[in-house]
Design a protein around this ligand. Structure first.
Ligand SMILES: Cc1ncc(COP(=O)(O)O)c(C=O)c1O
Length: 455
């Protein structure tokens, strides 16, 4: 049986080089005596492949310290490590460029010309990893972060500087007020009931509590309805004890620049703000930023554009691409004319073809609606998807790619330079948001472009 070291495992993990030394020094001899050299080799390979700082690897492996058994990882827990064989076996490699996210943030800031720019990092930063994305944006100067759920906010709190504010868009479920306060989170209050509960806690604690007030200006989704707003406007005392950080609303059609909804909502929003006690205002999402300064108010709340999604329908995308998704080929086969491929035999070879089976399927969030219409890329060569996407595999017709160029173990680009998120989404009959937020947990995730190890 493996002995447990002082950090509670037989391998030592550290997210920063500076943490490594104390870990090495505190490791018990039994810990390392149980590490076989083959494992160290495997660890070393993995570190190289995940782009680990070479100096750290050399230090670990050159130092004779207890057979170089310590592991510096990019924030992986022991459970992750034990559960994963790493990039050598993952069905897909998802590369997430934190540098591109930060460049996108800088571009939006530039367009906002001095108006504050938040980051919407709900749904695990649109599937890309809030634990990595939010701290990277904090290093770019972002101080306002929006999530949807209280639990998302609680998980994010320790990853951000104390002065960063975390706002919970989906409101304040009854009974969670004290939890929200304990974690220094700011609720978005969507109803009179939520206002009363938050003001009640403020009274009990004898302190002012921060909140955003959301008004519905036309989406009929969340926030104060017109009658509720009138009630609050007539009884502003109900806000006693609440420090109104912002009044906000959300645009329904901002990506369509000529939609009349945009100005209608903006004007309703202005009127709502006038009816309420004076507070800063926030209206624009990513697309709203591109509607111009009239929509910027005091704080913009972009999500999608940070992650590379085009903010304006029908116009070239000014944002940098953020992800690359590569699917691993696990088998190649030559088939005869007339042979079928995939469930339901919906695809048939008109001539002898070569097919590559990739280890990615709809269980990984690769949409089933791409069946018989998706396109992958090998280098710059487009390769059509053949048949139905199945749960764990997808078949591509690679006949046009020279056979020596592609074999088992090689990768096909599923999302990337030649097939950006929006293009994949449009082929799949959905939106880029859904493609990103559906990205599966089985991919090997590789973060690049950060200024700090570990993202
Ligand atoms: C209230 C609110 N604000 C801002 C955003 C960010 O929108 P986008 O991702 O389009 O920038 C969202 C996303 O759905 C939202 O619900």
């Amino acid at each position: 049986m493996r002995q447990r070291g002082p950090v509670g495992c037989s391998h030592l993990y550290s997210t920063r080089e500076s943490n490594l030394e104390p870990l090495l020094n505190s490791a018990s001899p039994q810990t390392d005596a149980n590490i076989v050299s083959g494992e160290v080799r495997r660890i070393k390979d993995w570190l190289y492949e995940t782009g680990m700082n070479e100096q750290v690897i050399r230090r670990q492996t050159n130092s004779e310290v207890r057979q170089g058994a310590a592991v510096a990882s990019r924030g992986h827990s022991e459970e992750d490590w034990m559960a994963q064989a790493g990039p050598k076996s993952a069905g897909g490699i998802l590369t997430i460029d934190l540098g591109a996210i930060r460049a996108n943030y800088a571009l939006l800031q530039q367009r906002l010309a001095g108006v504050a720019c938040a980051a919407v990092v709900k749904a695990d930063a649109y599937g890309l990893g809030a634990a990595q994305v939010a701290p990277a944006l904090a290093r770019s100067g972002c101080r306002h972060f929006f999530v949807a759920h209280l639990d998302e906010a609680i998980a994010l709190r320790p990853r951000l500087p104390a002065q960063a504010e975390i706002f919970v868009l989906n409101g304040l479920p009854a009974g969670t007020e004290a939890i929200c306060l304990a974690h220094q989170l700011t609720p978005v209050l969507n109803s009179l009931a939520e206002v009363d509960a938050w003001a009640g806690l403020a009274r009990d604690r004898g302190q002012k509590l921060p909140a955003i007030l959301q008004v519905d200006t036309g989406m009929s989704r969340l926030g104060f309805s017109r009658p509720e707003l009138a009630t609050l406007a007539d009884n502003p005392g109900r806000l006693n004890g609440i420090a109104l950080r912002y009044i906000m609303s959300h645009l329904a059609c901002a990506e369509h620049q000529d939609s009349p909804m945009n100005t209608e909502q903006r004007d309703r929003f202005r009127r709502a703000c006038q009816a309420l006690p004076l507070a800063p205002a926030s209206l624009a999402n990513s697309s709203g930023i591109f509607l111009g300064p009239d929509f910027h108010f005091d704080l913009a709340r972009p999500g999608a554009a940070l992650y590379g999604i085009a903010p304006v329908a029908g116009k070239p995308n000014p944002m940098q691409p953020v992800i690359r998704l590569q699917g691993r080929i696990i088998q190649i086969r030559e088939i005869e004319a007339g042979a079928a491929a995939g469930y339901g035999a919906t695809w048939r070879a008109s001539t002898p073809r070569r097919l590559a089976t990739v280890s990615v399927g709809y269980a990984d969030g690769f949409p089933r609606s791409l069946s018989n219409r998706g396109i992958g890329f090998a280098g710059g060569t487009p390769i059509p998807l053949a048949g139905m996407v199945s749960m764990d595999t997808t078949i591509f017709d690679v006949s046009e790619v020279p056979s020596e160029m592609l074999g088992p173990g090689d990768f096909i680009d599923l999302i990337g330079e030649h097939n950006p998120v929006d293009a994949v989404a449009s082929r799949a009959g959905t939106i880029g948001y859904q493609i990103l937020t559906s990205l599966g947990r089985r991919y090997h995730r590789h973060y690049v472009g950060s200024d700090e190890p570990g993202g």
